[in-house]
Design a binder for this molecule. Sequence first.
Ligand SMILES: [Zn+2]
Length: 420
Amino acid sequence: MGVYRALKIRLPYRLVEERPDVLDLAVRMHLAAEEYARRLLKELTGQEELKLTPEELDALLTPDKKELAHRIIEETFPKYGLRKYFIDQAKVFWRDVVFHRMIPLNAQLRIENERDRSKAVFVDLKNGVIKVRRLEGTFVIRIREKTAKWIRERIAEGAKLKLAFLGIERQRGKREPTYRKFYVALVFAREVTPVEPRGVVAVDVNRLDHGIVAGLLVDGKLRHTLRLPGERAIKELKRLHEEISRLDERAAGEADPAKRRQLEDRVRYLKSKRYRKIRGVVKDVVGEIIKLAREHQAAIVVDTMEEETYRELKEGSWSGEKKHLLDGLGQLRRRLKELAEWYGLPYLEERLYSTVCPRCGAEMEELNNRRMRCPSCGFNDDRDNIPLLWAKRLYNELIAKAVAGAQTTSAQMALSQTQN
Ligand SMILES: [Zn+2]
């Protein structure tokens, strides 16, 4: 089975200012890809602005649509000044352009002294630079130590550099579109044999603010429980949230415009700190869960809220703090899924209840201190343990599903799911 992982390398804004042609090309590629995808989907479905899941797109973009796709590419791309190289690339990857709304560029990785084959993106590990070509002049990006390490780890796992993207994200919420987050993404691929699961790592993700509980089950027995992240990370996040809402309130009540601006600047700084903090926490938590699952060749089963409950929470009157935690949970799930696929570990999302009695199925009551009690049979336990007891109860079913799922997993959306 082919699996993918992508590394996004953010470009410093200074570089972009020095080379407006690079930004210009990225924007033109983005607009051309968007228009092509929009037109193709409209011709195939008769509808405008429809939101399709990766699975629906996959089912829609069958090989017989290739000619239509090619024709639209030929009509669209020249309007954005994109010539033969980009047209040819888009034709080869006509489906990927629709999935990612970007044009894949061909790429080469030099580890030692391999000959430079003049690909559009040349990742030269030996000299520590990435060269982006097909521009007015070659654009050179330094490879940071962290990036080089990430690439070497993937190579050690048997991956190859497949292609690259020059990407840009459109800033939302503004009338005139502005662009930010300018990056080069490198897509690595490898073949992996799906793991025959010998256990289950059940993950209860519903409350990032209380921490995440993951339990390892082997032969239907709970063998090990992880509580993530550490107390300290949770406290620190809480403190950040509190400071942000306090300053937000003070800013709202401040009459002096200069002082108010100062407070708002501080809030903005803290919010971006919180964003990075949540990302860091997610990364660590996922790392621990994947490690446990790999050690025991276990399938990963993530508790999922009903889609509707999730939407209600997200759109409801929840405070900013909770919304951030929910976004963090979304990130966590995407990242877990992506890494599970990369290592061939089966990944499932299943409802593991935390308020339904795992013994008799009755709705449980919450006593104090997160203790749950079943009014019907008297069973009681810590709220965090209930989902793991459900995983235990469903163990054979979960293993059977994981085995079946291992044969059908697809990893098309590697790029959009990835944060470096
Ligand atoms: Zn009960």
